[in-house]
Design a binder for this molecule. Structure first.
Ligand code: ATP
Ligand code: MG
Length: 229
């Protein structure tokens, strides 16, 4: 599904050089649930941005089923992202004046799907994520956990091959975090490839097939048996 071959990302701020990602190699088979655990500033979000094709790494190659992401132009990379990648973040990024249904419908905009089908698919995925009775609620009228489920539905409605989740429970209390955690596990068991990054070594521990650690931009292997220490 995805093959990172010695990728590095260097930022220059004045005279200072930051190696946000440092020679990371990683292979993600289709259907895997991979956790990347690391402290703040270890390069987790930078890595996801590279995988999503938002930025191009300074060094290395990123092989996708659609070719090497690092030689694609902006338009091709945007296509890869639009077609294949769903993303959720700590913040929900929902449009406040739109209902849950209309927020999820946005996930299919620019995909050449007519409005009727967009709304039907949005309704279906919301139903699947347990929000069938919240379709017409606006974000302010939803709990945090529900808002994140709407954001998840928006990411998934186009049926991406890969879900990138960047600290998706960071804004949630324990119960709601657990709910999202369980949902990610369920989606993975249904075939979705999931890449979860978090500083929380317990998040997703029960469901992930593999855990790797990031430290100062470098990736080190870690068996799931040691993930809790
Ligand atoms: N655009 C940028 N310009 C310069 N430095 C950057 C840029 N983006 C990130 N960095 C630096 O790269 C390092 C990795 O940042 P990144 O956001 O990937 O960390 P993270 O692991 O996601 O942290 P957190 O858990 O706090 O979200 C940090 O030291 C950060 O300051
Ligand atoms: Mg981050």
């Amino acid at each position: 599904m995805l093959e990172l071959d010695s990728i590095s990302m260097l930022y220059h701020l004045g005279a200072q050089e930051v190696r946000a990602v440092d020679s990371v190699s990683l292979s993600v088979p289709q259907g895997e649930y991979l956790r990347i655990v690391g402290a703040s500033g270890s390069g987790k979000s930078t890595l996801l941005n590279l995988i999503a094709g938002m930025e191009r790494p300074t060094e290395g190659r990123i092989l996708t089923p659609e070719g090497d992401l690092t030689v694609m132009n902006r338009k091709q990379a945007a296509k890869w992202r639009a077609r294949s990648i769903g993303m959720v973040f700590q913040a929900f990024h929902l449009v406040p004046h739109r209902t849950a249904l209309m927020n999820v419908e946005l996930g299919l905009l620019f995909h050449g799907v007519g409005r009727k089908e967009r709304l039907q698919r949005a309704g279906e995925i919301l139903e699947k994520l347990g929000l069938g009775d919240r379709l017409n609620h606006r974000p302010a009228d939803l709990s945090g956990g529900e808002q994140q489920r709407v954001a998840l539905a928006r990411a998934l409605v186009k049926q991406p091959a890969l879900l990138l989740a960047d600290e998706p429970t960071g804004n949630l209390d324990r119960d709601n975090a657990r709910e999202i955690e369980t949902l990610l596990g369920r989606l993975n068991s249904e075939g979705l490839t999931v890449l979860l990054v978090t500083h929380d070594a317990t998040l997703g521990e029960q469901h992930a097939g593999r855990t790797v650690r990031m430290e100062y931009g470098r990736m080190t292997a870690m068996g799931s048996a040691t993930a809790s220490v």
